[in-house]
Design a protein around this ligand. Sequence first.
Ligand SMILES: [Fe+2]
Length: 370
Amino acid sequence: MRLLDVDAEMVTVELADGPARFHALWLRDNAQDEASRHGNDQRLFDVTDLAEAVTVVTAEVVDGRLVVEFGPDGVTSSWDAVWLEMHCYDLPGRHRVTGQLANPWTADGLGGGTGPYRLAWVDRDDSAVWADITRALQRDGVAIVEGLDTGHTGATIGDVAALWGPIRETNYGRVFHVRAEVNPINLAFTPRALNVHTDNPYRRPVPGYQLLHCLVASDVGGMTVLVDGFRAAEALRDEDLAAFGLLSTRSVPFRWSGDGFDLRNRGPLIEVADGGPAHGIIQAVRYNNRSAAPFDLSFDEMAEYYEAFRTFARLLHRPELEYRFTLAPGECMVLDNERILHGRHGEADPERYLQGCYLDRDWIQGRIVN
Ligand SMILES: [Fe+2]
């Protein structure tokens, strides 16, 4: 790291990827000195505690650290190059949201070409194996636990969930049952083919992860299809930025009602973190043709929105994005429900029976895995 320029309002340093400017106020707000940060890394002051005009008094690079003295409060703080690179906000096109672990895949690239990571249930207590599957989920958004029982004794889906955290119960119950029902409250509970989708976009918040445990497979049809929504959204951004812009900046409503509940939420189909359509990080995809409520955009935007919506929908059916496999009895797939779309191809055998449940995002996405 090399100091390039200093004035009262900003510091410019040469980082690994080029010159980067940092505002005086931003640096002061992120001061690392003991009076500014507790040992637990939480900030000890509020922005209103800072002077109206924070200035840089001196700045230099000492032993690989940027050291800045601020005015008027006289606080001095330092940062190493790694920290500055991680939080840098001045490099064009650079990912601006830290902590993104996802590595979007096409069908033949999932798991480096070998498909979803698989954990054998007998290895569940091995901490290295737990770390591997958790990392795989953070990276690929999908993994499979195999070697579970297929009957109603032994390990249940709740035991699989407990590898990470408590089941998030919904009005469908702690565990929901995916099988043909006489009076289904959801089309999932029929043998029909299901278009790829994410679950429950009508809930607020949307369930972060989903588990599906196969107890009885289908002899005919019922093949599982997975699509990485992040990869699909990236393809849309590359090919049609205007369509991506509409889908990521306009909210649409989702709704499910029945059984004493009327659940409603809304949001963009593609959720982009700060940075705008062209550069922002894709952080959630919601797509569910069954529970999309009537779009309520303005009359002037409706036709264009539908065009973008259809473009994205067609893209989700591209063979190179569809990872197809048959979930076998005793296997449980774990999915990032705001990223990986799932569906079933073909009419399933009415005997097919899966159990499902949800987990809040933090139990998997937020775990520290070394
Ligand atoms: Fe589903």
